[in-house]
Design a protein around this ligand. Structure first.
Ligand SMILES: Nc1ncnc2c1ncn2[C@@H]1O[C@H](COP(=O)(O)OP(=O)(O)O)[C@@H](O)[C@H]1O
Ligand SMILES: [Mg+2]
Length: 422
């Protein structure tokens, strides 16, 4: 159709007198409507990005009148090997049992200590008491809004086409006008990000997890989370090894020492166990490997330092092991720059042929560097921080007559471009 245009219309309803009307529009994407002198009662839209959403009017009732579907639950997959934390679970229960209409708790601790795992474990126990039980990755205000919008859609699927900001607002209104729900806001980086939400809700339960140890007193009951006890970390190591394919059931020589050496940090224990399981070595041999790969100390301080030190030692041992799969390093380096949860696999398509990419992902998962979840990949943010950080050590000089075990460029390929920690 060419612009400007003139369209001649004819009324066709039975009994109508035939009338004709001219409507003229000019300019790209202009539309013309003739009302023949009457009021215009329709919807006119023009432009490239106009969306018309058809919503049954009853769905637009105030959120206060919307009931949650029974058993509405959204939680990350829980690990089969969850261990211990009885005291912390009881602490979360205890605070939650309070009669205050609104209970907000902030579970804080260093990266890799097990905040998200504990939050998921505890939230699952609330499924009978609360509805919905809804998990939001809330590391940025945008992510928090998106999680709330997803909640609004889950409450009323017919509204899925509404603009995201309207959905977010409806979710907040729903939370404000209902009780008996539980929100988990995972990995909040700044208490200020949750303030606008907390200022509006009056009843319900919110569990925040954060690496931030301070700034919660005004808004939440702080619940500090420490590393595992010696018994718990030993149990974790044993369970992960028991799940590892092909690992012998020989006594775990050096297991207790290894757990102590790793500071009972769950992420570190899990990754070391992944290595031990895949290679079939004993925990003591792994300890020796750690000793021959002296710790890389991060230069920067901060809350996560202890975890980062522990992790960087594990990192070096694992990197050497993965040196026969250079693609794994390239993949890790790419994954390091995305938000850590639910990274679509297709983003890695350009890095190699599909079978090679899947194999490399499988190896990274075997070492617990990543978690595979269907078509998406999850990387712990501590692992990402290490993958973004340049190796502080000078490359070791090759011993005369010996081949280097780590191909030149492998570490560089994992660690460049240079970047800070988290
Ligand atoms: N109590 C636990 N039992 C078993 N595995 C755990 C436990 N706590 C943490 N983990 C595992 O350790 C890793 C790091 O825990 P995560 O909850 O992601 O740490 P954080 O959220 O504090 O950074 C995860 O893979 C998690 O499954
Ligand atoms: Mg977490």
């Amino acid at each position: 159709m060419r612009w400007p245009f003139t369209r001649r219309t004819r009324a066709t309803r039975p009994g109508d007198h035939p009338v004709t009307a001219d409507a003229t529009a000019s300019g790209e994407r202009a539309i013309a409507i003739s009302t023949q002198g009457g009021a215009f009662l329709g919807v006119a839209s023009t432009g490239d990005h106009t969306t018309i959403v058809h919503v049954p009017p009853e769905e637009l009732r105030p959120p206060a009148h919307v009931d949650a579907p029974p058993g509405l639950l959204s939680l990350p997959a829980r690990r089969a090997a969850f261990v211990g934390r009885d005291r912390e679970l009881a602490l979360l229960d205890g605070t939650s049992e309070r009669t205050d209409p609104l209970v907000v708790q902030a579970l804080h601790g260093l990266g890799g200590v097990g905040k998200s795992a504990l939050a998921a474990q505890w939230a699952a126990t609330r499924a009978d008491a609360d509805n919905p039980v809804w998990w939001i990755t809330a590391d940025t205000p945008t992510a928090l809004s998106a999680g709330l919008a997803a909640l609004a859609t889950a409450l009323q699927p017919a509204l899925a086409q509404l603009p995201p900001d309207q959905l977010t607002e409806r979710a907040v209104q729903w939370l404000t006008t209902h009780q008996g729900w539980l929100l988990v806001l995972d990995n909040v980086t700044d208490p200020a990000h949750v303030q606008p939400l907390l200022a509006r809700v009056r009843s319900g339960r919110i569990l925040i997890t954060s690496r931030r140890a301070s700034g919660w007193h005004d808004v939440a009951v702080p619940v500090p989370l420490d590393t595992l006890t010696a018994e718990e970390s030993h149990a974790l190591l044993t369970r992960v090894l028991a799940q590892g394919a092909g690992h012998s059931t020989a006594p775990l020589d050096g297991a207790a020492e290894l757990c102590a050496e790793l500071g009972h940090l769950p992420l570190a224990i899990e990754q070391a166990a992944g290595y031990v399981a895949e290679t079939g070595i004993s925990p003591r041999t792994y300890l020796d490997l750690l000793a021959t790969h002296p710790a890389d100390m991060y230069h920067q301080g901060g809350e996560g330092q202890h975890g980062e030190r522990t992790m960087s030692r594990i990192w070096n041992v694992t990197l050497d092991r993965l040196s026969d799969t250079p693609l794994a390093g390239r993949i890790l380096r790419v994954l390091a720059w995305y938000a850590p949860d639910a990274i679509p696999r297709y983003l890695l398509d350009g890095l190699g042929k599909a079978p090679a990419v899947h194999k490399a992902l499988g190896r990274l998962a075997a070492y617990s560097m990543i978690t595979l979840d269907g078509d998406t990949v999850k990387v712990h943010r501590l692992v990402q921080a290490l993958a973004r950080t340049p190796d502080p050590r000078p490359p070791p000089p090759p011993a005369p007559g010996h081949r280097r075990r780590v191909p030149a460029g492998w570490r560089a390929s994992v660690r460049s471009p240079a970047g800070g920690g988290e």
